[in-house]
Every structure is written in C-alpha cells, then in structure tokens.
Design a protein. Structure first.
Length: 128
C-alpha cells in the first residue's frame, strides 16, 4: 500500500510491456542522485527495479531496455553476468548469489502502469 499522499507516476500504457520483452526505462531520485530504473512484464505481471547490479552498482542492460538473457528467463547483468529472478530480483547465479535487485512499487490498472514513489525513491523534480 502506498503511503498517504504519494502520487502515482505514469510510466506507460500496459500494452507497451510485452511478456518477457523489452523494459520501459525511467529515472528516479535516490540518495545517490538520478538513477535509472526499469519496468518489465514477466509471468503475467509488471515488476520494476533500479538498473543497478547488486554486485557492483552498474547499469545492467545489454542494450537500452534489454534486461533479459537470451532464454528470456532471467534478468542478466551485462557487466558481471549475474542472473536474477524477474519475479523477486533474487540473484541465482554469478558473483552475488542471494543478493537482490532494489525493487520499486509498480501497479497495473485500467490499461496503465504507474510507479508509486517511496521515501527512498522519488520522482525527478518537474521542469515547470
């Protein structure tokens, strides 16, 4: 459940996330500043994580928006080869077994996908 007063941030139409397909990338603010995150559909639901390997905080996509391995079973870190379960971000192979990706709260409703900020991960300031 989101905290009271948290405004959902529109990410994309639900149809933009194809099962085991490319991710939608977006930026968030955390203690380190601006950080990329990604949302993808896997197992029929939308999941989202910071685009940081749990081994070394480096971007993981091997091409923009491409996070799944060739079998489309795991999220793979292009730098370190770590494999993560898409459903929960658990590292199952590579240099950081048992570690997890940092999840973000995303929800799909009425044909839209929204991200719900939390105290540690906020939207970028608006340009207005």
């Amino acid at each position: 459940m989101p905290e009271p007063g948290v405004r959902p941030q529109f990410l994309c139409p639900a149809e933009a996330l194809v099962e085991a397909g490319d991710a939608v990338c977006f930026d968030v603010l955390d203690a380190d500043g601006r950080v990329q995150a990604f949302a993808l559909r896997f197992g029929g639901r939308v999941v989202a994580y910071l685009n940081r390997c749990a081994h070394v905080p480096a971007p993981m996509d091997w091409r923009p928006g491409r996070f799944l391995d060739h079998e489309q079973r795991h999220i793979i870190c292009s730098m370190h080869g770590a494999l993560y379960e898409p459903a929960d971000g658990l590292c199952v192979s590579g240099p950081c077994p048992g570690a997890r990706l940092t999840p973000l709260d995303v929800r799909e409703a009425d044909g839209l996908v929204h991200w719900y900020p939390d105290p540690r991960h906020q939207p970028l300031p608006s340009a207005d």
